[in-house]
Design a protein around this ligand. Structure first.
Ligand SMILES: NC(=O)c1ccc[n+]([C@@H]2O[C@H](COP(=O)([O-])OP(=O)(O)OC[C@H]3O[C@@H](n4cnc5c(N)ncnc54)[C@H](OP(=O)(O)O)[C@@H]3O)[C@@H](O)[C@H]2O)c1
Length: 197
């Protein structure tokens, strides 16, 4: 299983930090190209490799850690997804009000799924603020919770396995529609839920 993160900002950095901490290889891409990631890669170590977006979208599991509005451009040139997994870590936010974007009642992940036809989309890693996502998920004798939702149970299980590899505890909410509570503005945008045992 090959992994890629697209986005090297707050969330991309937080996730890459967890990949590095747990010795899991991952490609990281951003809008400015691999050369701009030299310092990033140098700071995080051998598991983190800079890539172009074109390379990153070929991974078996691609994490979108870009602004919601940048998703169309990010995935525009992706090859056929053929069931590969896209993890949607984005939140659809209107700035500067920091309010949920009006999508006419559609879930933001549904919009993302429409842009990556043929991919198995899992919503995850979108509820924790970047600083919390970057911190050690082993906490108070338990593991920090990452909420998951997706329409393909095997893909959700694969992302849960990744979350666990990174030290989190995955909590499967069910189908994408069931994950509404963990979309931006929902009550599961919690910062510090820890699962024990
Ligand atoms: N910050 C949080 O606490 C938080 C928490 C949960 C979820 N989220 C969500 O996570 C996503 C990322 O947030 P963030 O705070 O990490 O944002 P950020 O710090 O602004 O970073 C955004 C990253 O996306 C990259 N990017 C933008 N357009 C791109 C494109 N067309 N192709 C490739 N890369 C592109 C940027 O590349 P460059 O570096 O080249 O500009 C940058 O690395 C957002 O959807 C946000 O709502 C954020």
């Amino acid at each position: 299983m090959t992994y890629a993160i697209i986005g090297s900002g707050a969330i991309g950095t937080a996730l890459a930090t967890q990949f590095a901490r747990n010795d899991v290889d991952v490609l990281v891409a951003n809008s400015r190209g691999p050369a701009s990631l030299a310092e990033f890669v140098g700071a995080l170590g051998k598991n983190i490799k800079a890539a172009s977006v074109q390379e990153a979208v070929k991974a078996d599991l691609v994490i979108l850690a870009v602004p919601f509005g940048s998703v169309p451009e990010t995935v525009r040139d992706a090859p056929a997804w053929n069931g590969r997994i896209v993890v949607d870590a984005t939140n659809a936010i209107d700035f500067p009000g920091f309010t949920p974007k009006d999508l006419g009642g559609r879930l933001s992940t549904d919009v993302v799924a429409g842009l990556v036809a043929g991919a198995r989309v899992v919503k995850a890693f979108n509820t924790l603020p970047a600083a919390v996502l970057a911190s050690d998920p082993a906490k108070d004798g338990g593991h920090r919770v990452v909420f998951l939702s997706g329409n393909d149970a095997a893909a959700t299980a694969e992302v849960a396995t990744l979350a666990e590899k990174l030290g989190f505890s995955g909590l499967d909410l069910g189908k994408l529609a069931d994950g509404r509570l963990a979309q931006f503005g929902g009550p599961l945008m919690v910062h510090n839920l820890i699962k024990h045992g």
